[in-house]
Design a protein around this ligand. Structure first.
Ligand code: SAM
Length: 255
C-alpha cells in the first residue's frame, strides 16, 4: 500500500486501511480464493487484500473511487492483471463490469455506505455467489438482530428476506491506519435458496419496511396508513403493534 505519509487519507471515502499482516492473511484464508474464481473487490485502497487474492484466482476486478489510489494500483507490477474500474460502486452494475459473473465479492468498505452496499448486493442477486463484507460491528449486529430488540430494524428485515449470513470474526481498531473509533466485523453473505420476496416486489417491500421503521414508537396503523395493505392481513398481524415486534415473515405477508 502507499506509504503512510504519501497518501492523503480521505474521511469522506471512509479510508481506513488494513495494515496488520497476520489479520490480512487470516481474512484471505477465510475468503479461501480458488483457481477458477472471479472476484470483485469494492474499495481496494492500496491493495492490501487484493494482493492476497489476485495471484490465486482466474480474474479480478476492483472498483475504487479515489483517483490517487487508481494511479497507485495501476503502477504497481504486483497488480498486473487486476482490472481497475474508477467510480462509485453504488452506480455500477456487476453485469456491465469487465468480468464474467457470477462473481465472488469482497470489500473492506466505507462504513458510511454499508447499508447502501447491502441493498446494492440484494438488487444484483443474479450476478454474485458470495460476499465477504467488512463493516462496523454495530451494523453486523443489526443484520443478525432478534425481533423485539433495539438493533432489529429495516436492515435486519430486508437483508433477512434475501440473504443468509455468517459472522466470521471481530476486528479491533488498532489494525487500521488511521484507526477507526469502533470495532469492525467481517460477515459472509450468501443468497437464500429461495428469497422470501419476489424480485418484482422488492421495491414495495423495501419501502413498506422503511415506512414502518421510520417512527419506531408508532403503531403500524399510523405509519402504514397510506399503503394499500389488505384489511385481512392488517387484522391477522394486528396493526396496533410496533414494527420491531413483527417477524420478517409478517413483513413479507404485507407485500
Ligand atoms: N481495501 C483497503 C484496505 O482494506 O486497506 C481499503 C479500505 S477503506 C475502508 C475503503 C476504500 O473504499 C477506500 O480505498 C476508498 O477510497 C474506497 N471507496 C470509498 N467510497 C467508495 C465508493 N463509493 N465506491 C468505490 N470505492 C469507494
Amino acid at each position: 500500500m502507499p506509504k503512510k505519509n504519501d497518501h492523503p487519507f480521505r474521511k469522506k471515502w471512509g479510508q481506513n486501511f488494513l495494515t496488520d499482516t497476520n489479520l490480512l492473511n487470516k481474512i484471505a484464508r477465510t475468503i479461501d480464493p480458488k483457481e477458477g474464481d472471479q472476484f470483485l473487490e469494492i474499495g481496494p485502497g492500496g491493495g492490501a487484500l487484493t494482493e492476497r487474492i489476485l495471484p490465486f484466482v482466474k480474474d479480478m476486478v476492483a472498483i475504487e473511487i479515489d483517483p490517487l489510489l487508481i494511479e497507485y494500483l495501476e503502477n504497481q507490477p504486483i497488480f498486473q492483471g487486476l482490472q481497475v474500474v474508477h467510480g462509485d460502486v453504488l452506480l455500477q452494475n456487476i453485469e456491465d463490469l469487465p468480468i464474467h459473473n457470477p462473481v465472488r465479492v469482497i470489500g473492506n468498505i466505507p462504513y458510511n455506505i454499508t447499508s447502501s452496499i447491502i441493498f446494492w448486493l440484494i438488487e444484483q442477486l443474479d450476478y454474485w455467489n458470495d460476499a465477504f463484507i467488512m463493516m462496523q460491528k454495530e451494523v453486523a449486529d443489526r443484520i443478525s438482530a432478534n425481533v423485539n430488540t433495539k438493533a432489529y430494524g429495516r436492515l435486519t428485515v430486508v437483508a433477512g428476506a434475501y440473504l443468509d449470513f455468517d459472522y466470521c470474526f471481530t476486528i479491533k481498531p488498532d489494525v487500521f491506519i488511521p484507526k477507526p473509533k469502533v470495532d469492525s466485523a467481517i460477515v459472509r453473505f450468501t443468497k437464500k435458496p429461495t428469497p422470501l420476496i419476489d424480485d418484482d416486489k422488492y421495491l414495495r417491500f423495501n419501502k413498506i419496511v422503511r415506512a414502518a421503521f421510520s417512527q419506531r414508537r408508532k403503531m403500524l396503523r399510523n405509519t402504514l396508513k397510506s399503503w394499500d395493505i389488505p384489511k385481512e392481513i392488517q387484522k391477522e398481524i394486528g396493526f396496533n403493534r410496533r414494527p420491531e415486534t413483527l417477524s420478517i415473515e409478517e413483513f413479507v405477508s404485507m407485500v
